[in-house]
Design a protein around this ligand. Structure first.
Ligand SMILES: NC(=O)c1ccc[n+]([C@@H]2O[C@H](COP(=O)([O-])OP(=O)(O)OC[C@H]3O[C@@H](n4cnc5c(N)ncnc54)[C@H](O)[C@@H]3O)[C@@H](O)[C@H]2O)c1
Length: 375
């Protein structure tokens, strides 16, 4: 016996397709009780894309209008995988129609918009998740457990880098480069992930000082208001730890370099996105040692197959989306909370930090992050 959760997906692009793969994978994982994501409606403004995804993933319906998902009685979980400027209105409408929410990051192009989205969704009482998928990585969950257990001693520093090229193969700029459509660039698109990792591992970001830069020009003249290509930020966390964040989407020689480091009084650790099954541990007086986070007692080891029966096989990025999808399905079925995965409150808080980073880049000063609370 399995419980069916009807799913509607908005956006059949890169991440929309990954969510479709993940929802199917989560439905056949070992985790009990069985939950089955039933593909009900895929919506993309491009009808050919919607139809193709509907066929490939066996959706009952393809649509070019997201209100079809909102109005459907068959949908219990709304996955918003649309561009950033499409996160607010459909997400609020779906929540008001009683759908549980899994919304892509960044939650919005500004803190105002993100706060409104979180506030309005929270009023409805549905479960809500922001797709900060790093919170479903086994390695980062292990680090979080080790930090919480005191193994690092006093955590003093967090540092991160996120480097890649986001240009289209022909050098063209896409919607992500447009301030009105995407909000911030490197800070919002890339930085938001790593800001959330710092919050997940250690604690809230309280003060920031940032440099933002942009080099990109749209040769077609379509995108006139290009957002930030790169940033560096020095920050303070609520625990007193220092943090540094850097990201660039025009670091053209990097395929996708994501690096996170934590320094405590007893131990340090590094995590590389390219080696996502590994954490490298450093202890005073000892050389580095690499932990493969694939043992039977590591996070998510019970998800796919019994770990250890035939060795410790590595997992990949799409697998992590299946972990995330299962949390969303659990919550939609009333079987679990979203926290400590990211909720829309986390999506809002990160947006507030992003806005404050951009403000500090303008003022040339350190700025304190002022979080709003629900009334
Ligand atoms: N969590 C992650 O690691 C991760 C990775 C990549 C992207 N994302 C996020 O996912 C979202 C989508 O990114 P993407 O890479 O899939 O973009 P994409 O451009 O590949 O896909 C967006 C899709 O939305 C469709 N669309 C646009 N406007 C629409 C409308 N009004 N109605 C219906 N469909 C519409 C487009 O036709 C396109 O197919 C963004 O918010 C992005 O930040 C998250």
């Amino acid at each position: 016996m399995s419980t069916n959760i009807g799913v509607g997906v908005l956006g059949g692009g890169f991440i929309g397709q990954l969510h479709c793969i993940a929802l199917r994978a989560a439905s056949i994982s070992m985790k009990k009780p069985n939950l089955r994501a039933v593909p009900q409606i895929i919506c993309d403004k491009n009808a050919a894309v919607a139809n193709e995804i509907a066929t490939r993933f066996e959706f009952a319906e393809a649509s070019t209008d997201w209100s079809d998902i909102v109005q459907s009685d068959q949908v219990q979980l709304f996955v918003n995988a649309g561009p950033n400027d499409l996160h607010q209105e459909p997400t609020i409408a779906a929540a008001r129609a009683g759908k549980h929410i899994l919304c892509e990051k960044p939650l919005a192009g500004s803190a105002d918009e993100a706060f409104r989205t979180w506030s309005e969704v929270a009023k409805t009482g549905v479960r809500h998740m922001c797709a900060f998928n790093y919170r479903s990585f086994p390695a980062l969950n292990l680090l979080r457990q080790m930090i919480a257990a005191g193994e690092f001693g006093e955590v003093r520093h967090f540092r991160s880098r996120f480097l890649l090229s986001m240009l289209e193969p022909n050098g063209a700029l896409n919607w992500r480069f447009s301030r009105p459509h995407a909000g911030y660039g490197a800070i919002g698109d890339l930085g938001s992930h790593h800001i959330d990792i710092a919050r997940f591992l250690i604690g809230e970001v309280t003060r920031v000082g940032t440099i933002m830069k942009s080099w990109s020009v749209d040769k077609s003249g379509r995108i006139t208001d290009v957002n930030d290509d790169a940033f560096v930020c020095a920050a303070e966390l609520e625990t007193g730890a220092t943090a540094s964040f850097e990201a660039s989407r025009i670091a053209n020689a990097h395929n996708l370099g994501g690096f996170v480091e934590v320094d405590g009084s007893k131990m340090s650790a590094t995590f590389h996105m390219e080696r996502l099954n590994e954490v490298v541990i450093y202890e005073p007086g000892r050389g580095p040692r690499t932990l493969m986070v694939t043992a039977a007692d590591h996070p998510y080891s019970d998800f796919w197959l019994p770990t250890g029966v035939q060795g410790q096989h590595p997992i990949g990025w799409a697998d992590v989306f299946a972990h995330q999808a299962r949390h969303a399905l659990d919550a939609a079925a009333g079987l679990g909370e979203i926290a400590p995965r990211a909720t829309l409150e986390d999506g809002y808080r990160v947006a507030e930090i992003v806005d404050t980073m951009a403000l500090s880049a303008q003022t040339g000063r350190f700025e304190t992050v002022n979080f709003r609370e629900l009334s």
